[in-house]
Design a protein around this ligand. Structure first.
Ligand code: COI
Length: 359
């Protein structure tokens, strides 16, 4: 039994459900949302489910000026037997605690986070789509609301969970992506905020994403902030490289990489299948050299929204690399199939990752 109970105010005007064949990502929002507020001296208070609607904010709210904001992404899946499953929500709760700490936002206890997510899903359970490849994408977001222009942590915050029935992140579903390797701008530096899931990590990347799109690419591969040599991550996901019989991904210890939950799950599955996974620091030159020598077998990205997204091409400086003949690799496909089956309750969950939302 949870110590959290959230009153529910239901909408008087429920929206029509969108066509499950044409959801895309992040286009539709459900009828309700979770809201809890924080006031210094009182803590988090008045957790509640309310109709989804615009929120009122003072024009001087801290988030609008100094960007005090953290967010998360996780999904609720509809199993064939009708149950609703969350995938590792405790990991999102833990990451939020780390992100909040980095952004001087008050701590959200793990149980409060998970119960908030469950309450939101319960309120809009009929919005969890059943079609394969779809899910209810959950977007927790926390931001400073105090009206004050001095630079210091706000004394008031709001934490919302909004929900969006979604299909695949990239148009056209799971197909090999084209990736632009960014050698001008950087996402993250040591001592910065790369490990935290904060809103401010994303806006500065948009200019690079525009550059990528202008070249016909889907996303950006970030290199390290100091030298633009070392591989960090792809715009909305972590990057994995299969070289000979090893699988490489950037290590977390410098604090510049987002500790992805799909990243962690992919590493666990790959190790379980006997792959030699190396979390380490490596340059894009090493990747290029391995590709030239025919040793780069496969590249894929992992993320909650992106799931497993194979990489078919890289554009790096004046070089163009085609990976695995531009078709989906065996490891990418196996990871996608296995992860999706576990998330939807179709495969044995031997690591205990799924959490049922009791209705
Ligand atoms: C996610 O995968 O959940 C993300 O937050 C990535 C992106 C859509 C911002």
């Amino acid at each position: 039994m949870s110590k959290y109970e959230f009153p529910v105010t239901r909408t008087a005007t429920p929206a029509a459900k969108p066509d499950p064949d044409n959801l895309g990502f992040g286009n539709y929002f459900t009828d309700h949302m979770f809201r809890i507020d924080y006031t210094e001296g009182k803590g988090w208070h008045d957790g509640r489910i309310i109709p989804y609607a615009p929120i009122e904010m003072d024009p001087a709210a801290a988030v609008l000026h100094y960007g005090q904001s953290v967010f998360e992404g996780l999904k609720a899946y509809r199993a064939k037997d009708g149950r609703i499953l969350l995938f590792r929500p405790d990991m999102n709760a833990k990451r939020t605690r780390n992100s909040n700490k980095r952004m001087s936002i008050p701590d959200i206890p793990e149980e409060l986070f998970v119960e908030a997510v469950k309450a939101a899903v319960r309120a809009d359970a009929d919005w969890v789509p059943a079609k394969e490849g779809t899910s209810l994408y959950l977007r927790p977001v926390i931001f400073g609301t105090e009206a004050f222009l001095g630079v210091r942590p706000a004394k008031q915050y709001t934490f919302l969970v909004i929900m969006s029935p979604s299909g695949s992140y990239y148009k056209g579903g799971m197909k090999p992506t084209k990736i632009f390797v960014e050698n001008e701008y950087a996402r993250s530096v040591q001592g910065g905020t790369g490990f935290a899931k904060i809103s401010g990590n994303y806006a500065p990347g948009l200019v690079s994403q525009e550059k990528a799109h202008a070249l016909g690419c889907d996303q950006v591969l970030w290199l390290d902030g100091a030298e633009r040599k070392y591989v960090e991550e792809i715009g909305t996901s972590n990057a994995f490289f299969v070289i000979d019989n090893e699988v490489w991904t950037a290590s977390l210890e410098l604090g510049t990489i987002l500790p992805g939950i799909t990243r962690d799950s992919a590493i666990t599955l790959l190790k379980d299948w006997g792959y030699d996974v190396k979390e380490k620091r490596f340059t894009f030159q090493e990747i290029y050299d391995a590709w030239e020598a025919g040793r780069l077998k496969e590249v894929f990205a992992t993320g909650t929204a992106a799931v497993i997204s194979p990489v078919g091409e890289f554009f790096w400086e004046d070089k163009h690399m085609v990976i695995h003949d531009g078709v989906i690799g065996e490891i990418s496909q196996k990871l996608f199939n296995t992860m999706s089956a576990i998330q939807r309750g179709d495969a044995e969950d031997k690591f205990g990752w799924t959490v049922e939302v009791e209705l």
